[in-house]
Design a protein around this ligand. Structure first.
Ligand code: DI6
Ligand code: FE
Length: 410
């Protein structure tokens, strides 16, 4: 039998148990293959387990957290929209640009025109940037292909990233992101098409979940419901871009379908919060989009807390509303803009991010969880919310293996 690997001399923010941060001093992690076999203060490590340790790493007192989870990204796309940003700075709104055929549609044109290799290379570089800050699980949505061929191409590229990079990729089919030009004036026909593509993409192993953009510039609740019914018929979990720009009742609709998450939520009302609470749906807040669209309406944080709706945070990386690639910046902005506590924000990119993807095998440091963790040159986990603009992540372990290019020491 292979020996166990001991990682010792660290402060652990386990996010498990009842203590703030699940903090463990002089902590140790024992890894068996891809899982955590034991977690706790080194002095409590049982002798029989100690005897089975094959390799040992001294972390020099560094902070360890669970590997970070970015549960909402649109990582695969062609082109960029810096010109659109300039127009918005001059007063044009995101909605106006979208209605004039810019916005998501312009990225669809660039994505369709891009080669597989170009799309892959650009997405790979983006993923590596997120990974350097401790991300070990990453969700990627389609939604810039908007036909069967190009949605399939983008989802296949997401799968290839998952196969070639040392992290978990979860894919989400977001065919109902925007109306492609060839369906102008025929949104219901387009929804029929999206529902018809879904089983084909699922049969190719490309879909872990289904999402839609329920918005006055996106799809109506009735159209979203049809997408969700198609997903349910295939046994696929759903998520929703809900109440980003207006309250469409999308969150309540998603909750009715047992959605894993509702995302954005600045315009979420009391009924939506209650519905999410009843359904166990995670609220995914996206401070990058709030910031970049210069939104002023805050998501209803107090009500989410009151109704015990777990809050996750994600980068929402996309070329239109959130071109950032830093979960640490999202933590910082969630605290400054939304007044999340640092602990809430860090839970948002670990345990609650995992739950927003339906993953229960990660997000905390506890025996039986996947051995996904990040090592930080920090004293206390509250510093994750404090520093911004530089990267204190020093090492990342994914499924028990340390990720290069971090130093490979024993
Ligand atoms: N909401 C968003 O923030 C992204 N998609 C969505 O439905 C933005 C997509 C884009 O502008 O390209
Ligand atoms: Fe999004």
């Amino acid at each position: 039998m292979t020996g166990l690997t001991l990682w010792r001399n660290s402060r652990l923010a386990t996010l498990a148990g009842d203590l703030p941060w699940g903090l463990v001093e002089d902590g140790a992690l024992l890894v068996e293959r891809d899982k955590l076999a034991w977690v706790g203060p080194l002095t409590d490590l049982p002798h029989d387990l100690r005897a089975r340790v094959g390799a040992e790493h001294d972390l020099g007192g560094a902070l360890v957290t669970p590997g970070l989870v970015d549960c909402h990204t649109h990582l695969i796309y062609g082109g960029q929209r810096a010109r659109e940003f300039e127009l918005r700075l001059q007063g044009a709104s995101y909605e106006e640009i979208a209605r004039a055929g810019g916005g998501i549609r312009s990225t669809v044109v660039a994505t369709r025109a891009a080669s597989n290799e170009d799309l892959f290379a650009a997405a790979r570089a983006r993923a590596l940037t997120l990974m350097a800050e401790g991300v070990s699980t990453l969700e990627i949505k389609s939604g810039y292909g908007l036909n069967l061929h190009d949605e399939g191409r983008c989802l296949s590229i997401a799968r290839r990233l998952g196969a070639e990079l040392p992290l978990t990729i979860r894919t989400t089919f977001l065919g109902a992101h925007a109306l492609p030009p060839e369906f102008d004036g025929r949104a219901d026909d387009y929804i029929d098409a999206v529902c018809a593509w879904m089983p084909q993409l699922q049969a190719r192993g490309l879909v872990d979940a289904v999402d839609a953009f329920c918005e006055n510039i996106g799809f109506s609740p009735a159209q979203t419901r049809r997408v969700f019914e198609a997903a349910r018929a295939l046994g696929l979990p759903v998520k929703l871009h809900a109440e980003q720009l207006s309250d469409q009742g999308g969150a309540a609709l998603a909750a009715e379908f047992g959605a894993l998450s509702c995302d954005h939520l600045e315009h979420l009302g009391a009924a939506g919060v209650r519905a999410m609470s009843g359904a166990g749906t995670i609220a995914v807040l996206l401070p990058g989009a709030y910031y970049f669209l210069r939104e002023t309406k805050l998501p209803p944080i107090a009500q989410l807390r009151e109704q015990r709706v777990p809050i996750a945070l994600a980068s929402d990386h996309n070329p239109g509303s959130s071109p950032g690639l830093s979960l640490q910046l999202m933590i910082s902005m969630a605290c400054t803009f939304f007044r999340l506590t640092p602990e809430e924000a860090v839970r948002g990119v670990t345990i609650n991010g995992a739950r927003a993807l339906g993953l229960h095998d990660r997000g905390t440091l506890a025996a039986g969880q996947r051995a996904d963790f990040a090592v930080w040159e920090l004293q206390h986990p509250n510093e994750l919310a404090y520093w911004f603009g530089h990267n204190p992540c020093r090492r990342v372990v994914v499924a028990g293996h340390e990720r290069p290019p971090a130093p490979q020491k024993t």
